[in-house]
Write a protein that binds this ligand. Structure first.
Ligand code: ATP
Ligand code: MG
Length: 468
């Protein structure tokens, strides 16, 4: 429970409270005690002065008696002496300490207004003042006033106790604070630490029930998101691996099957030729699949360099068309190109060519003969948009959202007619996105498909340094 962070914060809090309390205590203590002492002293002196004034008016036995009588009823003690310090009268019993005060007084030098002769309240039993009696400028005697220091001592110890209580309350508050801090800050942190440990052990289904919207809540949310992402990635990887092994197993089964039949003694030469052709085709498909997988793996590891240059789309389209034209002609599909001569994109020529070949290959494979496939480019200030549209069979609505996923094919039975691996569009997407562009597919069953590729636009060829 008392884990380290809470303890640290708690102790810090405690130290601050103690410092603040001590400062407060010292200031209050000294101000308070001094003020009280001043009060008592002034009071005592004023009382002595009053007596001395009365005695100045009539310095006789009756007045002396009167004054001592008055003080014997009060908390104070009065001793009246003559100018040399000999006691003339006193109100109460004279303690030895009082005599000491008298003995230590310099009777010649007391100021006319009177003064304090003993103020060590914490050491002595009495504090004392001295008010001289002056009659017509001659020094006639002294009025010594004494007050017990008990009251002051009691008051000070009371004050000290109160501060002690406050100190104890501060300690209690600190303990509560440490407890609350550990619940509020460190407990969630510990839970998150445990969660991340779970994640690194491979358990990605962590639930962090930290329902708060401060930084800790955000951290908890980030960890939950991370764990969900990891979980998704793990599932994707597993799915991908099982699809891959399936993809590899199917053609290998074909190859083995046809090789077995072809090697039977009763197989005719013609049959053998036919089977060999199938085996060659399957091997080619396998090679293509493996090449695609390798490319994707490179892209995933960012080991894939994009060398951008200014490319004239018109020229790029022509060279792509030259490459695919034989295949299109064979299937009697016409291919038209629409690009203004000055449409330029800032791209990696080889990679974009690969994308176009993939998409055009799809269009060709999924279009019936006699239809038309169009490859067009348009541009605005910043972007170039390439569209590849066909009039083929289209893609069912429910398949469109997944069409860019790896190994995703509409025709799940691996028909040899199409022979695709389902990686073409996934690769195209990786390439376009690593250019900072986007690729989208729109399709309608029996009407055809449009693929839209958005890329960064280059300057016109004339201005561009690389010259396309
Ligand atoms: N123009 C299109 N018309 C109809 N269906 C399409 C079109 N383009 C793609 N598809 C569907 O999308 C699927 C995925 O295409 P993708 O290019 O990724 O893989 P593939 O063509 O099957 O294989 P590969 O390109 O790796 O040889 C295809 O199998 C096909 O079912
Ligand atoms: Mg394809």
């Amino acid at each position: 429970m008392l884990n380290r962070l809470a303890l640290k914060i708690g102790l810090l809090f405690f130290v601050f409270i103690i410092i603040i309390e001590t400062l407060l205590f010292l200031t209050l203590y000294f101000t308070f005690v001094n003020e009280r002492l001043d009060d008592v002293m002034t009071n005592l002196l004023a009382r002595g002065n009053t007596h001395s004034e009365v005695l100045e008016d009539s310095f006789d036995a009756a007045t002396l008696n009167h004054v001592t009588l008055m003080e014997s009823a009060s908390d104070f003690i009065v001793i009246i002496t003559d100018a040399a310090g000999n006691e003339l009268a006193n109100s109460d019993f004279v303690e030895p300490e009082m005599r000491e005060v008298l003995a230590h007084t310099n009777f010649e030098q007391t100021p006319q207004t009177g003064g304090i002769v003993e103020d060590r309240w914490n050491e002595r039993q009495f504090i004392a003042t001295d008010s001289p009696i002056m009659i017509n400028g001659t020094h006639r005697g002294h009025v010594f006033m004494f007050a017990e220091t008990n009251h002051i001592k009691q008051m000070v110890s009371h004050l000290r106790n109160q501060f002690l209580v406050v100190g104890l309350i501060a300690v209690g508050l600190t303990v509560i604070t440490i407890f609350l801090l550990s619940r509020l800050i460190t407990m969630p942190l510990i839970r998150m630490k445990q969660a991340t440990e779970q994640i690194s052990k491979g358990n990605n289904q962590v639930k962090l029930n930290i329902d708060r919207n401060d930084e800790l809540g955000e951290l908890a949310n980030a960890i939950t998101t991370l764990s969900n992402d990891l979980d998704r990635l793990k599932n994707e990887r597993n799915e991908f691996l099982s699809s891959i092994s399936h993809e590899l197993r199917t053609p290998l089964t074909y190859i083995k099957g046809y090789a077995d039949i072809a090697s039977r003694p009763n197989a005719s030469d013609e049959e053998k030729k036919e089977y060999m052709a199938i085996i060659r085709e399957e091997t080619a498909n396998l090679t293509g699949l493996i090449r695609h997988l390798f490319e994707l793996a490179q892209m995933d590891h960012n080991r894939f360099v994009i060398e951008k240059e200014y490319v004239s789309l018109d020229m790029l389209f022509r060279s792509v068309a030259d490459l695919v034209r034989p295949a299109f002609e064979e299937k009697q599909i016409s291919l038209s190109i629409l690009a203004e001569p000055d449409t330029t994109a800032f791209v990696d020529r080889e990679r974009i060519q690969q994308v176009l070949l993939n998409v055009l290959d799809n269009a060709r494979k999924h279009s019936p003969k006699g239809t038309c496939v169009t490859l067009a480019a348009a541009h605005d200030e910043k972007k170039v948009v390439i569209t590849i549209s066909d009039e083929g069979e289209g893609i069912p609505e429910e398949d469109v959202p997944f069409i860019f996923e790896r190994l995703y094919r509409v025709d799940k039975s691996r028909s040899r007619e199409y022979g695709g691996s389902g990686l073409g569009l996934a690769i195209a997407k990786e390439i376009v996105e690593s250019h900072g562009g986007s690729i989208k597919l729109q399709s309608e069953r029996t009407k055809g498909t449009i693929v839209r590729i958005e890329l960064e636009r280059g300057n016109s060829l004339a201005e561009s340094p690389a010259g396309g």
